[in-house]
Design a protein around this ligand. Structure first.
Ligand code: TPP
Length: 672
């Protein structure tokens, strides 16, 4: 038990034995899988113990209690620690689940996953790509503040905790998110930084030596320093001071020893990412005074001591009681609350769309703004914003100053600043928190790359978020190839479980918003144009109604005796119509299909798909982007398989061949 020499002020024997049990279970879990990261769980066991045992207001028997404190393990490689804590605190993670760590079909995958496959009770976010969890917590703190201001502190009054590591702090996304959190003074954020001086390649001195205290103070954070994670008293006092500072987010910088108290591997990167090995596990158990022949062993008194079910039930019962009074005070507020937590809009949402458009021709980004203004009142907890491009992406709700999310008020329009990475992570965090209906982030389509990690995670988690990308083709013009997306639609379509939508005109834009808010469970990415498109005449004798968007692709204008089909997306639907007109003038009949979403079309039955794209009928697509992927749907593509160029948009499109003439020619070529 000599390793306890370091534990100068651990209060009780049961504290010590509980923490050692966490360490032993984490070692066993990783050893059994013969894969995983034991070092962080062992080093940070005292911090996790304090959190789950004394600090977090949580109820293991209802992991989705809306007013629970949130905990994000941003250093997702330390998943064994999270699973062990969930098991010991009474969540639905069994000893058998620990034994199935990293195995097919288990609820204890290599990194924590929140999704529809691995439903691990108590896992708030999927983490693993370092830095993402850090940014997720910032979004959660924004959600908590927004909901507390809207519904009152009876309903929402909690904190966001995270364990973040050296790797998290090295990642750029964490810098952006920390800067944003400091700016917004997100005082409910309390991050425990595992400052163990070790990362994967070796000591952090290889690559990381800034003064993190000064850095976070400069961001406007409250920083606490704890010299030794094993000093529970100092640690608890530091966390307590951090929690009391509600004006600033807090970083509790904690010195720990990776792999502690493994006699031969602690303090080295050898304990970071591989099992300690049977012998070292035995030796470590011996150091802790535990029986090395026992595996997955939890003494009865430790199990009873660590089970948080009773404490959690009491906390939630108190909340439930207060909430029933709260509900009866204001019926409308209660209904709004229920809709918010169900992720649903209020009645009247669909009827608000489409609005009466301000002009006959509008950029779809402007149509998006007009649609948001129309449906906004029906989704009062929809929060989002842009990465310093609100004026261009047109994603602000009306309301000006009073709708702004600032350091003193939580409105629904967030100015994320030029921070795409943090915006992505924060929007995911808002969705993960719950209560925010369809949080969204927007920027130019080109910069989707900057936030791709978060977009991918939103898809992996199936989060109900909206990514709104404008300036969606070379048609944006003069800004040139640095700003002109080329491969981005293909890159987004390549992400599984992400629905990509590129509406053709204002009516399709409104319908796309309806589908995103009402129909879709998971994330959506919408591509909107900078340049105008007509509001198509879809009345009697005109083009087909925009409701066809919900099926992914639909016949927009049927040609009798069609010899070919022309498929367009977004602003290129106008090109497709022009091509069909040219062909008609030459006696060739071509049907025009609008195809705003491959994924929605893919989900239709074969009969519908065959009706839209009849097999055997020559087909040509037109989209101002790479041709990659189009062969799945059509025989030939008019596309742009090169970077764009700086010039007025219409000229760029002309030079790169996105014209009605080029499409008509391609159709004629196919027809021989
Ligand atoms: C974005 C990203 N890049 C790289 C990795 C691979 N990786 C996993 S853990 C790790 C080292 C992290 O070191 P640290 O955060 O200090 O954790 P510790 O060694 O203390 O467990 C790396 C590079 C990752 N998970 N995410």
């Amino acid at each position: 038990m000599e390793h306890w020499a370091i534990l100068r002020r651990v209060t009780t024997d049961i504290d010590r034995r509980s923490i050692d049990t966490i360490r032993a279970l984490a070692m066993d879990t990783v050893q059994q899988a013969n894969s995983g990261h034991p070092g962080l769980p062992m080093g940070m066991a005292p911090a996790a113990y304090l959190l789950y045992q004394r600090i977090l207001r949580h109820n293991p028997k209802d992991p989705l209690w809306p007013d629970r404190d949130r905990f994000v393990l941003s250093a997702g490689h330390g998943s064994a620690l999270l699973y062990v804590m969930l098991h010991l605190s009474g969540y639905g993670v069994s000893m058998d689940d620990l034994k199935a760590f990293r195995q097919w079909g288990s609820i204890t995958p290599g990194h924590p996953e929140r999704d529809t496959v691995h439903v691990t009770p108590g896992v708030e976010m999927t983490t693993g790509p370092l830095g993402q969890g850090f940014a997720n917590g910032v979004g959660m703190a924004m959600a908590e503040r927004f909901l507390r201001e809207r519904f009152g502190a009876v309903a929402q009054d909690h904190r966001i905790f995270a364990i973040v590591s050296d790797g998290d702090l090295m990642e750029g996304i964490a810098s952006e998110a920390a800067s944003l959190a400091g700016h917004l003074r997100l005082g409910r954020l309390v991050y425990l930084y595992d400052d163990n001086d070790i990362s994967l390649d070796g000591p952090t001195s290889l690559s990381f030596k800034e003064d993190t205290t000064k850095r976070f103070e400069a961001y406007g954070w409250h920083v606490e320093e704890v010299a030794d994670v094993n000093d529970l008293e100092a640690l608890e006092l530091a966390i307590d001071r951090a929690m009391r500072d509600e004006e600033r987010p807090s970083l509790v910088r904690i010195k720990s020893i990776i792999g502690y108290p493994s006699p031969n591997k602690q303090g080295t990167s050898g304990a970071h990412g591989s099992p300690l090995g049977e012998d070292e596990v035995r030796a470590t158990k011996e150091v802790m005074g535990l029986d090395p022949d026992k595996h997955f062993d939890v003494p009865d008194d430790v199990a009873a001591h660590m089970d948080q079910s009773a404490r959690g039930a009491a906390l939630q019962a108190e909340w439930n009681a207060a909430m029933s009074g709260w509900r009866s005070e204001d019926d409308g507020r209660a209904q709004e609350w229920d809709a918010a937590w169900a992720g649903r809009p209020l009645p009247g949402f669909a009827a608000s769309l489409p609005p009466k458009w301000s002009k006959d021709a509008l950029a779809t980004r402007v149509a998006g703004k007009e649609a948001m203004a129309a449906f906004g009142p029906h989704v009062p907890t929809m929060v989002g914003g842009a990465a310093d491009l609100s004026g261009s992406t047109n994603t602000l709700f009306p309301g000006g100053e009073s709708e702004r999310f600032t350091d003193t008020q939580a409105g629904r329009n967030v100015y994320f600043g030029v921070r795409e990475h943090a915006m992505g992570g924060a929007v995911n965090g808002m969705a993960g928190h719950g209560g925010i209906v369809r949080p969204y982030g927007s920027t130019f389509l080109q910069f989707a790359d900057y936030m791709r990690g978060s977009i991918r995670l939103s898809a992996l988690m199936g989060l109900p978020v909206a990514w709104i990308f404008t300036h969606d083709s070379v048609g944006l013009g003069e800004d040139g190839p640095t700003h002109q997306p080329i491969e981005h639609l293909a890159a987004l379509r390549a992400i599984p479980q992400l629905t990509v939508l590129r509406p053709a005109d204002p009516d399709e834009t409104a319908e796309a918003w309806r589908v995103i808010v009402e129909d879709l469970e998971g994330p959506a990415a919408m591509a909107l144009s900078r340049q105008n498109t007509p509001v198509y005449d879809r009345g009697e004798g005109g083009l087909a109604p925009a409701s066809g968007l919900a099926r992914g692709a639909y016949v927009l204008r049927e040609a009798e005796g069609a010899q070919a089909v022309i498929v367009g997306t977004g602003t290129e639907v106008e090109v497709a119509l022009g091509a069909a007109d040219l062909l008609a003038a030459g006696g060739v009949a071509a049907t025009v299909v609008s195809m705003p979403s491959w994924e929605l079309f893919e989900a239709q039955d074969e009969a519908y798909r065959a009706a839209v794209l009849p097999p055997g009928l020559p087909s040509v697509s037109v989209e101002a982007a790479v041709s990659m992927g189009w062969a799945r749907w059509v025989d030939a593509s008019v596309a742009i398989d090169r970077f764009g160029a700086s010039a007025p948009g219409p000229e760029v499109l002309e030079h790169l061949g996105i014209t009605a003439e080029a499409v008509a020619e391609r159709v004629l070529g196919l027809l021989g």
